[in-house]
Design a protein around this ligand. Structure first.
Ligand SMILES: [Mg+2]
Length: 253
């Protein structure tokens, strides 16, 4: 059976676990490329610029350039530019997000901004939260890179961007626009970036409520792999149905 035109791979839990590559991932990706499929890596991670993610994959033996990666750090600045034009932004986030915001032509500022953009910030402080609140009360719009509750960390979990977004949402009483999976903005950025139609794409992920829901919402075929966050028991209780369930990325044919 001929493959679709593009495979969209989530990263953590699909291609790697923390710093360990999933067995067979590199071989599967090369096989799909050799068969003529476009391979794209799609992550809600907002802490690193595209090339840092590509470098990590290269270090695991997976051929990847920055242009093969769509992260929420990359998609959020493009979404803002497309919807609202180049803007002034107060970011609560890490250097990767700041780099991508500036690269897209936005200006970083502490006050009198058009947007407060919140992503994962491992140096999150009360002062940053207070500054974000002041900007929102002063008329800035509220954008979140993603609302992932937790961040996989080798054998454990750390608080994700969603915990910081929730802090500012609670303080302000405002609901952010969210760019990352399962929402449409990151999927629309991806489709536009590569000139793909959703019907040509298969979304492969390990989380029903982000990856699979994002793919379904966008009109893509979906494949859940069991190397990450979802167990078979969980799938049965969820209302989200992938088109296929595979043990691993290595089982994609
Ligand atoms: Mg994942």
């Amino acid at each position: 059976m001929p493959g679709p035109d593009a495979y969209i791979f989530d990263l953590d839990g699909v291609v790697y676990h923390g710093n360990s590559v999933i067995p067979g991932a590199a071989e599967t990706i090369e096989r799909l490329r050799a068969a003529g499929s476009r391979v794209v890596f799609l992550t809600n991670n907002a802490t690193r610029a595209r090339e840092a993610i590509a470098d990590k994959l290269e270090g695991m033996g997976i051929r990847c350039s920055a242009g093969d990666v769509i992260s929420s750090a990359y998609a959020t600045p493009l979404f803002i530019r497309q919807q609202y034009g180049t803007s002034s932004i107060f970011p609560i986030g890490e250097q990767g997000l700041v780099t991508e915001l500036e690269r897209a032509g936005h200006t970083i500022a502490g006050q009198d901004v058009d947007f407060v953009v919140v992503g994962l910030d491992r140096e999150f402080t009360y002062d940053k939260l207070a500054a974000g609140l002041a900007n929102l009360r002063n008329g800035a719009r509220f954008i979140a890179t993603n609302t992932d509750a937790m961040l996989p960390n080798e054998d454990d979990f750390l608080p994700g961007a969603g915990s910081m977004v929730a802090a500012l949402a609670t303080a302000s009483g405002m609901v952010p626009e969210v760019v990352g999976k399962p929402n449409r903005p990151i999927m629309d950025v991806l489709l536009a970036e590569y000139g793909l139609k959703a019907g040509e794409c298969t979304m492969v992920g390990d989380r029903l409520e982000t990856d699979i829901l994002a793919g379904k919402n966008a009109g893509m075929a979906t494949v859940l792999v069991l190397t990450g966050a979802s167990s078979v028991g969980y799938i049965e209780t969820s209302g989200i149905r992938p088109d296929a369930i595979l043990d691993s990325i290595a089982d994609i044919e």
